[in-house]
Design a protein around this ligand. Structure first.
Ligand SMILES: [Zn+2]
Length: 237
């Protein structure tokens, strides 16, 4: 996953704009390092027909607290904030693996991500990773359906409406297909219905993940998204 190979794969997949983001702890949160990285990205994309935005993926620790400062966030083109990085020690966790408790907790963390001032995009909300929860994928898929059914819809709708007003986006993350978590489809449709922008992510941790699968593309097509429904970062320059 070095810059040149990522851009090769992205061009091959037919993208004309991409955002690249690493996890916030990978940058040493050092402004000089980030400026160097911006220069590397600019140099690598210069001879190519692809626009590259440099972002960062931070995470919610608890309400009002995210893992990135305003000063560091300002050095990136976009900031993803993940509500459910439960594998990180400091992140507030659900007290019990019970659908109602998880639903309340997921919503609390989603609101925390959506309301944080540095957030541009809320990363992979309501997708429960079997790796993080250490539960068999089929059991987690069933549990996550019950979680979504228990979410306070009114609170969720209010939160989405505030996101729409602020021009924030929800990341449509195709990993839910691999985890068989179809409850997320309902959530994405709710986002579209309420006019919340979507940002298409691929959560690529390897070059093979860069092109979207046919299933992911098919689902995106089924949403009837137009260009106006897609979120784009503001250009840094
Ligand atoms: Zn993440």
């Amino acid at each position: 996953m070095v810059l040149a190979s990522i851009l090769d794969a992205a061009e091959k997949a037919g993208y004309d704009r991409i955002g690249i983001s690493d996890h916030c702890y990978s940058f040493d949160l050092n402004s000089e390092r980030i400026k160097e990285l911006r220069a590397e990205v600019a140099a690598a994309s210069k001879e190519r027909n692809i626009r590259v935005y440099l972002g960062i993926e931070a995470y919610v620790i608890r309400h009002h607290l995210a893992s990135v400062s305003h000063q560091i966030a300002a050095l990136f083109d976009f900031v993803l904030v993940a509500p459910n990085h439960y594998h990180i020690r400091s992140v507030a966790k659900p007290v019990r693996m019970d659908a109602r408790i998880l639903a309340d907790h997921e919503l609390y963390m989603f609101e925390a991500a959506a309301n944080h001032p540095v957030t541009d995009v809320v990363a992979h909300p309501f997708i429960l990773s079997p790796r993080i929860f250490r539960i068999a994928a089929e059991r987690l898929a069933q549990l996550s359906q019950d979680v979504m059914a228990s979410v306070d819809e009114k609170r969720l709708a209010l939160c989405l409406d505030r996101m729409r007003e602020r021009g924030l986006a929800v990341e449509l993350n195709p990993k839910f297909l691999a985890f068989d978590q179809e409850h997320v489809e309902w959530f994405y449709r709710l986002c579209v219905e309420r006019g919340v922008l979507l940002s298409v992510g691929n959560d690529a941790h390897s070059l093979d993940d860069i092109p979207l699968s046919d299933d992911a593309q098919g689902f995106i097509d089924s949403l009837g998204l137009t260009e106006a429904g897609l979120w784009h970062p503001l250009s840094f320059d």
